[in-house]
Design a protein around this ligand. Structure first.
Ligand code: GLU
Length: 610
C-alpha cells in the first residue's frame, strides 16, 4: 500500500506542474490550478470534475499509484474546499464503482438521513399552523439539515476498494485549503447569490464574507478551519465526525443556529442530536440495471430515483428504433415523452426502500418499459402533467386499458451538487455525485470547522401525505435524483457519466445518452449540446439554445410547450454540468467535462501517450 502521508503535500506542487496533460498549466511558481480544459484524451487513468484543483488532486493520486477510488476521495475532498457551496463533508451523495478485476458494479448510498426525532409536521410552522414557505424558511434552516453521509461514504469506499489511507487521500485537499485557491467568476457569483443567507449566520459570514465583503474574483481564498477539520479526520478517522466534539457541534448548530443578531431570516431550528450522527450508516446495495441497445447500464438504486428513472426511460426508448429515424427533433420528442412517463412513475412509487416498498425491479423491467411505451405517441406530445402512472402490480408488455392514477409531483429540487468521473490504469471506474442540496446548503457553517451543512431534507415532499413514498419520516432518506451511471459493453466500461442539477440530473444523463448512442454525437458534443428537461410538468424546461434550435419544430410538429430554463434562486439558465469518461480502444480514455455551463469543468489524463 503506498504511504506517503505528509510527503504528499510537499510534492504536490512539483508533481502537478510536471504532469503532462492538456489541462495542467505550464510550470510557474504558483502551485494553484486555474486552467480548465473540458476534454483530455490519453492513458493511465483520467478524471473529469467541475474544478481544476480537484482534477489535479485526482491525477496526482493516480500518478502516485493510487486507484480510482483513492483519486475520487481526494478529488471530492478538494471539491469540499473549492466548490464548498455544492458539496462537502456536511452533505451526502452516491458512489458507483466498477471493479475491473471482477467486472462488477457496486454502489454506496451515502444519502443524508432525517433525524430520529423529526415529526411528520416538521415542515409546519408551529406559530401559524401553516406550512413553512420553501424560501426563505425551509431552505435556510436547521429543520432541513439531514445527517451527513459524505464522510462515511469516503471511509467505506476507501476501506472496500481503496489502497490509500484516509490520511493520504485527504492530503491534497488539506494542501489546497491551506494554500488557498483562486476565486473564479462562479465562486464569486454563488457567494453573491447567497449573500443574504450567509450574512444571517456569524460563522458563515466570517468564512465566506470576510470583512462583510464578497471574495474578489482573482483573489486567493483559504480555509484553514476546513484544513484543520480534515487533519482531525485524517488523524482520528471518520469516527471523529460522527462521535465526539465535532458531532456535538454539528447537533448544536442544527438545534441552535448561530444567527447573526441583525438577520431578518426566520431560520426554523432542527432536532438533530449527537445520537443521530453516531447512528448514521451508509448502505451498500446492488446497482439498478437495464440493457439499452446492447449496453449494460448501471445506476443508483433508491433512495435515489436516478437509476430507476433513467433506466425506465431507456427501456421505453429501447422499444423505438431511434437511430434509424435520422430525424433529430423526432428523437428528442421520444426522449421528452419517455422521461415524462418515467417521472410520473417515480412520483408514485419511489422513496427510501427502508421505509416504503419500492418496485425497483418492475420499474427497470423491459417488459414494464414496453407497456409504458404504449403511452408514447411518436407523432404527438401527450398533455402534461400525465395523470396516470404505470401499474407495477400487473404488467405483461401489452397496452393497458386503464393505467393507475399518478401522484402529483411538486418539484422543489435545486440546482447545486457536483459530479465526478475517475478511472485508473487498472480499468477501475468511479462515478460519484455529491451534494449539500441547494447552492450553499442550509447556509450554516459549523462554527470554526470550515464547512456548510446541507439542507437535503427539503427533498422530502414538503406537504405530508400518508400515501406519498417520499413523505417525511424519522431516520428516512429523502428521495434523490442523483444519477451516477456506468455503461458496460461486453463487461468492459464503455462510458461513465453523471451531472448536478436537482431533478434535471436525470434528464441530463438521459439526454446525454440519447445524444451519444442514438444521435451518434461524440461524448464531448453530447455533453455540450443544448438541453431540455421534461419531468412530467405542463411545459418542457429548455435552455435558450435548445429553444432556438428545436423549439419551433417541437412545438409545431409535435405539440410540445417549451419554457425557458432559469432558476429563481440563481437565475441560471443552464441545465446541468456533466462529467464523463468514454473508454476507447487500446486503453485510451476520453475524459470530458462541461465546456461552458457553470464556468466549465476540468478534464485531465495521467499520460498523453502509452
Ligand atoms: N438534492 C438533489 C438530489 O438529491 C440534488 C441537489 C441538486 O442537484 O441541486 O437529487
Amino acid at each position: 500500500m503506498p504511504h506517503f502521508g505528509r510527503r504528499l503535500a510537499a510534492v504536490t506542487a512539483a508533481l502537478a506542474m510536471s504532469v503532462t496533460t492538456g489541462a495542467i498549466s505550464p510550470a510557474s511558481a504558483d502551485p494553484r490550478h486555474t486552467d480548465k480544459d473540458p476534454t483530455a484524451t490519453g492513458y493511465g487513468g483520467a478524471v473529469s470534475t467541475v474544478d481544476p484543483e480537484a482534477s489535479a488532486a485526482a491525477i496526482e493520486v493516480l500518478r502516485k499509484g493510487g486507484n480510482a477510488v483513492d483519486a475520487a476521495v481526494a478529488a471530492a475532498a478538494t471539491l469540499g474546499v473549492t466548490e464548498p457551496y455544492s458539496a462537502g463533508i456536511g452533505g451526502g451523495g452516491y458512489f458507483v464503482y466498477y471493479d475491473a478485476k471482477n467486472k462488477k458494479v457496486s454502489t454506496i448510498d451515502g444519502r443524508e438521513t432525517a433525524p430520529a426525532g423529526i415529526k411528520q409536521d416538521a415542515f409546519i410552522d408551529p406559530a401559524t399552523g401553516e406550512p413553512y414557505r420553501f424560501t426563505p424558511e425551509l431552505v435556510t434552516s436547521g429543520v432541513s439539515v439531514g445527517v451527513p453521509g459524505t464522510p462515511a461514504t469516503w471511509e467505506r469506499a476507501l476501506k472496500r476498494w481503496g489502497s490509500f489511507s484516509l490520511e493520504d487521500a485527504l492530503e491534497p485537499a488539506i494542501e489546497v485549503a491551506d494554500r488557498g485557491f483562486v476565486v473564479d467568476t462562479t465562486f464569486r457569483q454563488q457567494t453573491e447569490d447567497n449573500q443574504k443567507r450567509f450574512a444571517a449566520f456569524t460563522s458563515t459570514k466570517d468564512l465566506y464574507l470576510p470583512g462583510g465583503q464578497l471574495p474578489a474574483e482573482g483573489s486567493i481564498f483559504k480555509n484553514p478551519d476546513l484544513a484543520n477539520t480534515y487533519r482531525l479526520l485524517a488523524d482520528k478517522g471518520m469516527d471523529a465526525f460522527y462521535d465526539g466534539p465535532l458531532a456535538k457541534e454539528i447537533a448544536k448548530t442544527v438545534q441552535n443556529p448561530p444567527k447573526s443578531s441583525d438577520t431578518a431570516l426566520p431560520v426554523p431550528v432542527g432536532s438533530m442530536t449527537e445520537e443521530d450522527l453516531e447512528h448514521y450508516k451508509v448502505v451498500e446495495q446492488k446497482p439498478t440495471h437495464v440493457n439499452y441497445r446492447g449496453y449494460d447500464v448501471y445506476g443508483m438504486a433508491p433512495s435515489s430515483s436516478g437509476g430507476t428513472t433513467v433506466g425506465e426511460s431507456l427501456n421505453i426508448l429501447d422499444v423505438f428504433d431511434l437511430p434509424a429515424l435520422k430525424d433529430e427533433p423526432a428523437v428528442l420528442h421520444h426522449y421528452l415523452e419517455a422521461s415524462a412517463l418515467a417521472f410520473a412513475d417515480r412520483a408514485k412509487y419511489v422513496g427510501d426502500p427502508a421505509f416504503v416498498k419500492v418496485p425497483t425491479k418492475a420499474l427497470t423491467d423491459p417488459i414494464f418499459g414496453k407497456e409504458r411505451a404504449c403511452e408514447l405517441d411518436p407523432l404527438t406530445a401527450a398533455p402534461k402533467p400525465l395523470k396516470t402512472a404505470g401499474d407495477v402490480s400487473s404488467y405483461d408488455g401489452s397496452c393497458p386499458v386503464d393505467p393507475a392514477s399518478a401522484a402529483d409531483e411538486k418539484d422543489t429540487e435545486n440546482i447545486s451538487t457536483t459530479n465526478m468521473t475517475v478511472s485508473d490504469k487498472w480499468g477501475n471506474v468511479v462515478e460519484y455525485t455529491l451534494t449539500i442540496e441547494q447552492t450553499g446548503g442550509s447556509g450554516m457553517v459549523v462554527p470554526g470547522r470550515g464547512f456548510l451543512l446541507n439542507n437535503e431534507l427539503t427533498d422530502f415532499s414538503t406537504v405530508y401525505s400518508a400515501t406519498d413514498p417520499n413523505r417525511i419520516e424519522p431516520g428516512k432518506r429523502p428521495r434523490s435524483s442523483m444519477s451516477p451511471t456506468i455503461l458496460l459493453e461486453d463487461g468492459k466500461p464503455f462510458l461513465a457519466l453523471g451531472s448536478p442539477g436537482g431533478s434535471t440530473i436525470i434528464t441530463t444523463v438521459l439526454q446525454t445518452l440519447v445524444n451519444r448512442i442514438d444521435l451518434g454525437m461524440s461524448t464531448p458534443d453530447a455533453i455540450a449540446a443544448p438541453r431540455a428537461s421534461q419531468r412530467n410538468t405542463a411545459s418542457v424546461t429548455a435552455e435558450p439554445a435548445f429553444i432556438d434550435k428545436y423549439g419551433a419544430e417541437l412545438t409545431s410538429r409535435f405539440g410540445h410547450t417549451l419554457a425557458k430554463s432559469g432558476d429563481s434562486f440563481t437565475s441560471a439558465a443552464e441545465i446541468g454540468a456533466a462529467t464523463a469518461i468514454e473508454f476507447l480502444e487500446d486503453g485510451r480514455v476520453l475524459a470530458a467535462a462541461e465546456p461552458v455551463r457553470r464556468g466549465g469543468g476540468s478534464a485531465m489524463v495521467v499520460k498523453l501517450s502509452k
